[in-house]
Design a protein around this ligand. Structure first.
Ligand SMILES: *Cc1c(COP(=O)(O)O)cnc(C)c1O
Length: 474
């Protein structure tokens, strides 16, 4: 530790410098400065051995953009989005992106500038959508002279962790509908049973992180219409479309899931997932200005344009907005469609190849988003000496990150594996992955003794307790 930062001369070779010959600092800021080159190399090396971003099939987040997009974003890396007075064009560009996304989701809003907000990711976007629903509900309850101390929202157990945070941070009860083998998506009937006058919204998910499926928003909308009418309520829908928001409009434009449905008042998405921009970028759109509580927004006037600004953060990077606007211009609707279709084709191909393996069973026959999950074939699992956690470890040797995890409550005994196909995954890469999977399985099949994860499983220990399951349900 002491050695770090000790003065070196310009001639000192990087790797024989005292800094490089010492432990990296971890508790206190080093006393002395270090040369630029050595500091760079030390930080660079610490992350060098990690999975290559492209081989990380666990993530939904963009790992590939063309050089000109990367340059554009790097050029804006020192721009703080919030400085709208200094960089008014970026605020305007954000407004244009919000318009484009709102129209992509068939907003009925007639204002020139549609109502929405820039976020760091879907997490912030979901929070904003949820808070708006909560504040609207409060206002309605207060107007009726009713208590506002017990709000709740309804979602399936396949929720992304942000919804648990939303519930805890704002103290809003999260009522969950279990996903089961028979009902792998939000069970509408059960969801309605959980609704009452304290329900601020129901949250269907388009592109469920755990299972890759979509909840049935159209059926939910119809069920809520009936329930609201019968009970004189106005329970709305916020859609968590982190992935689906950029898939469905391009690949299934006639499929009704968005603002065309009556009770859908807000939708959130991740610009950094299938929006094809590097992290962090999210968007939330409201159906109309009236659904965004005034206390959440402040307006900025520039060249006669009224831009609504909403967000949890104050300072935030502006580069992602440039990246998003670039992608919209560069790719156009057709380009996005082509890319999402290519991802779907690759996912469908991998899904069918893995489905053909005797050891495995794909979770769903259909591929509705460019990702899928699978598990061990039941018969095969009985005698297998290994689990999917072992396969995950084997694949890591070749650099792949293919996560194994267990499904939520009521399906928690099922260990699954997931592949997310993103822009940047070619057929050749997919074939390499499939070969690596087949070779790994062949190797595991030859084991004479069960692995530790298999032994633990036989003892009835939940894999989570074994420390293998990580938070791959992102
Ligand atoms: C990824 C994801 C989130 C969280 O989004 P971030 O952009 O990572 O903050 C929320 N919900 C769903 C369904 C997701 O897939």
């Amino acid at each position: 530790m002491e050695e770090v930062g000790k003065q070196v001369t310009i001639e000192t070779p990087v790797y024989s410098s005292p800094t490089m010959m010492s432990d990296a600092p971890s508790q206190t800021i080093p006393q002395h400065s270090t040369s630029e080159e050595i500091a760079y190399q030390m930080v660079k090396d610490e992350t060098f051995a990690q999975t290559q971003a492209k081989l990380n099939l666990a993530t939904f987040v963009t790992t590939y953009m063309v050089d000109s997009a990367t340059k554009l974003m790097n050029d804006a890396i020192n721009i703080n989005y919030i400085d709208e007075t200094e960089y008014p064009r970026i605020a305007l560009m954000t407004g244009k992106c919000i318009n484009m996304i709102a129209n992509l989701w068939n907003t009925p809003e007639e204002n020139e500038w549609k109502t929405g907000a820039l976020a760091i990711g879907s997490s912030e976007a979901c929070m904003l959508g949820g808070v708006a629903a909560w504040l609207r509900w409060r206002k309605r309850m207060e107007a009726q002279g009713k208590p506002c101390d017990k709000p709740n929202f309804v979602i399936s157990t396949a929720f992304q962790v942000v919804w648990e945070k939303f519930g805890q941070l704002w103290q809003i009860e999260m009522r969950t509908v279990p996903i089961t083998a028979e009902n792998p998506t939000l069970n509408i009937e059960e969801a309605i049973k959980l609704c009452d006058e304290n329900t601020i919204c129901v949250v269907p998910i388009m592109g469920v992180t755990w299972t890759a499926l979509n909840d049935d928003v159209e059926a939910l909308d119809a069920a809520l219409e009936k329930f609201n009418n019968e009970n004189n309520l106005e329970i709305p829908i916020h859609i968590d479309a982190a992935s689906g928001g950029y898939i469905l409009p391009f690949l299934k434009p006639d499929f009704k899931w968005d603002f065309r449905l009556k009770w859908v008042l807000s939708i959130s998405t991740s610009g950094h997932k299938f929006g094809l921009v590097y992290p962090g970028l999210g968007w939330v759109i409201w159906k109309d200005k009236i659904h965004l509580p005034e206390v959440m927004s402040f307006s900025v006037n520039y060249l006669g344009a009224n831009i609504t600004q909403v967000g949890l953060n104050f300072s935030r990077p502006a580069a992602q907005v440039l990246g998003q606007y670039y992608q919209f211009i560069r790719l156009g609707f057709d380009g996005y469609k082509e890319i999402q279709q290519a991802c779907m084709d690759t996912a469908t191909y991998a899904h069918s190849e893995i489905g053909k393996m005797e050891q495995f069973k794909v979770y769903s026959d259909e591929v509705v988003n460019p990702l899928f999950i699978w598990h061990m074939e039941q018969e095969y699992q009985k005698d297998a000496k290994w689990t999917l956690y072992d396969l995950q470890a084997e694949l890591q040797i070749s650099g792949w990150m293919v996560p194994a995890y267990t499904l939520p409550k009521s399906l928690e005994d099922l260990i699954v594996m997931r592949i997310v196909v993103r822009n940047g995954m070619s057929r050749d890469m997919t074939n390499m992955l499939l070969i690596d999977i087949k070779n790994a399985v062949e190797k595991l099949d030859k084991l004479e003794y069960p692995t530790t994860t298999r032994i633990a499983l036989d003892k009835g220990e939940h894999p989570k307790k074994m420390g293998f399951a990580r938070s791959h349900s992102r």
